[in-house]
Design a protein around this ligand. Structure first.
Ligand code: HEM
Length: 139
């Protein structure tokens, strides 16, 4: 738990770094099919989590799934254009605190572990997401 938080904090600082050459992160995640598997596992994690599920009480899960898949595809340099609302617009009013944000990141890590995604790739995914936290926490 503690080490996860330290890793997330470090990744926050690394968030601006770009990789050069080689397969895209999208390809390393096994493309669209891999991202779909990951988000399905992530949604299962959220559904089982008593601390987080209440945020999703009024959410349309199919819409959330499609939006998150598309967003992650674009974020990992895949062939997608995210056309949903921006992160601030979506999360405004949810009052997500830092603890819950970190917990959701842990659920995503659980999902990546469940799918045996290697830790180098996991860290790259987290590094892409870390800069978004300011657009999501306590807004
Ligand atoms: C870096 C972390 C996060 C990212 C990248 C992210 C991204 C997204 C995306 C792409 C969507 C769907 C957009 C669409 O409608 O097309 C979404 C929806 C949502 N997110 Fe997040 N999110 C993050 C963290 C969180 C956290 C920590 C929570 C709650 C604790 C949360 C709660 C929600 C909820 C409830 C919705 C559904 C809103 C609705 O449809 O009514 N998100 N998020």
């Amino acid at each position: 738990m503690k080490s996860t938080l330290i890793i997330v904090a470090l990744l926050l600082m690394l968030g601006g770094c770009k990789s050069t050459g080689g397969p895209t992160l999208y390809q390393q995640l096994d493309g669209k099919a891999g991202i779909e598997r990951l988000i399905d596992s992530f949604i299962n994690q959220i559904a089982r989590d008593e601390k987080i599920i209440h945020y999703f009480e009024d959410a349309n899960i199919t819409h959330f799934r499609d939006g998150f898949i598309n967003h992650l595809c674009a974020l990992t340099d895949g062939p997608c254009e995210y056309i949903g609302d921006d992160m601030v617009a979506i999360h405004t009013g949810m009052n997500i605190n830092e603890t819950d944000f970190n917990h959701v990141v842990e659920l995503l890590i659980n999902a990546m572990n469940e799918l045996n995604i290697n830790h180098t790739v996991q860290n790259k995914v987290l590094a892409k997401m870390a800069p978004l936290r300011a657009e999501i926490i306590e807004i």
